[in-house]
Design a protein around this ligand. Structure first.
Ligand SMILES: Cc1ncc(COP(=O)(O)O)c(C=O)c1O
Length: 462
């Protein structure tokens, strides 16, 4: 048997040499795990093992179909167990990602404008927009440090009219802060309100709490970037009514004027599923289980402390979110005094081969609060963006670590940020592209930075 790996655990592509603007190559260092992770080698191995046997699922009598179906259903069972729900009458629906899972659920719950969904200003857009489109949202506010108390959620749950649902994140993608999900779910259940947990960030870092009614997470954030995500919920919630997607595989019988939908979970998965993605996710779940939560959580805590304390101690760097004595995931979002976020991210990439994310992180209401922007500021930026000018788009820089991040990686990031914050002049003048808000090195210095752009902004509109 292979020895059990202990984090940091290498990922495919770690240490890839990339060109920097001084003409040297450096090993690429990803501090962007909160957006997407590279694959675990065991994930790729499992995919390669499946591919020679790959065939259609559910509808084929041949050997390969049987093997593929067993692999797909094995992945579903693993996802349910990962969410701690294998003993109950719950199902796991295999979809693309957390965004699709939450949209799926918002459709399935048959909400209308008279329904109130309690959610929070801390949420990623994936856990805001599906609810505000389908129902009327009541938002739990946060303080300037980006946190709220369970009592704040209780007040929103107790307000009239009574809510039909609470949709809340397990951890913020900007600050890594984790709301106290246990007491919050208890308070919701005491009022008969079901809870949806957006576990996109939480899933790779902490055991999933069992009490929320619905849980959504994404494979590409947990070392299985093959396009599968999961929605877990009670079977009964999917037993009646039209599925989100209509088509083959979701039915028992079809006549031209009649359809008999089949039982969940198949009812919720019309069309040919992403077997490779599901198998990849299964392999990632197995590897996380083999490492064990105690080792994974200890690794995360060590990194979070190094990252957040280290950044917080650099002159000219302001860390957003709760103070460093509040436990968070290994995610740190910061601004550097006097330097646009897009320039910080560009310089980390071009001069240091460090990949971070910058901008608003698909959680605009939360970032606006963390930056302390007023309504007038937001209106001004809205006007500028409407005119196609993103030069001044507000934002910050996010460094997020994962299972492959080591302490020396954090030191390398801190040194790079410290040199930028100390006012070290850039080796050349970066050019601002107002259409995207991105900063670019001169084309003769780093032609690759221009060739790879393809018109896309690194701080996407999000
Ligand atoms: C907290 C949170 N929720 C939801 C999402 C959406 O995940 P996906 O892009 O996999 O649908 C993200 C992605 O960054 C996230 O961080």
């Amino acid at each position: 048997m292979d020895p059990i790996a202990v984090p940091p655990i290498s990922l495919v592509g770690d240490g890839l040499a990339v060109a920097c603007a001084d003409g040297r190559e450096r090993p690429y260092l990803s501090f962007d795990a909160a957006a997407s992770t590279a694959a675990l080698p065991s994930v790729v191995a499992r995919v390669e093992e499946l591919l020679p046997r790959y065939s259609s699922v559910h509808r084929g009598a041949g050997y390969k179909s049987q093997v593929t179906t067993a692999a797909y259903e094995g992945a579903r069972a693993a996802a349910l167990a990962f969410a701690g729900r294998d003993g109950a009458d719950d199902i796991a629906i295999i979809c693309r990602n957390t965004t699709e899972a939450i949209n799926h659920l918002a459709y399935r719950l048959r909400l209308d404008r008279t329904d109130v969904v309690v959610t929070t200003v801390v949420e990623h857009h994936a856990n805001l927009l599906p609810w505000s489109r389908a129902a009327t949202c009541r938002y739990v506010e946060c303080g300037p440090d980006g946190t709220f108390e369970p009592a704040d959620v209780e007040r929103a749950l107790a307000a009239s009219p009574a809510p039909r649902l609470l949709a809340i994140t397990g951890a913020s993608n900007i600050t890594g802060w984790q709301p106290a999900i246990g007491p919050i779910v208890e308070a919701a259940h005491a009022r008969g309100v079901p809870v949806v947990l957006d576990a996109a960030q939480l899933a790779p870092h902490r055991p999933l709490p069992r009490t929320p009614d619905f849980v959504a997470f994404s494979g590409h954030k947990m070392y299985a970037p093959f396009g599968a995500g999961i929605l877990v919920g009670p079977r009964a919630a999917f037993s009646d009514g039209d599925p989100f997607l209509a088509g083959g595989g979701a039915v028992d019988l079809v006549d031209l004027d009649e359809v008999a939908w089949t039982a969940p979970p198949d009812r919720e998965e019309a069309g040919s599923p992403n077997v490779v993605g599901a198998v990849a996710l299964h392999a990632a779940i197995d590897e996380l289980a083999a490492a064990g939560w105690p080792a994974l959580v200890a690794h995360d805590r060590r990194l979070a402390a190094l990252l957040r304390n280290g950044l917080g101690e650099i002159d000219g760097v302001r860390l957003l979110g709760p103070p460093t004595d509040v436990e968070t995931l290994p995610v740190a979002t910061f601004v550097v005094a006097g330097m646009p976020h897009a320039l910080v991210a560009a310089r980390l990439s071009v001069e240091h081969a460090i990949g971070v994310r910058h901008g608003c992180f698909c959680a605009h209401p939360y970032l606006v609060r963390l930056l302390g922007l007023g309504r007038a500021d937001v209106e001004r930026f809205r006007g500028e963006i409407g005119r196609g000018d993103r030069s001044n788009t507000p934002g910050a820089v996010r460094a997020s670590a994962g299972i492959n991040t080591g302490e020396r990686d954090v030191e390398r990031l801190l040194q790079a940020v410290a040199s930028l914050a100390s006012g070290e002049p850039p080796p050349f003048a970066y050019e601002l592209d107002p259409a995207t808000g991105d900063y670019l090195p001169p084309v003769e210095v780093a032609p690759w930075a221009h060739e790879l752009r393809d018109g896309a902004a690194s701080c996407s509109p999000g």
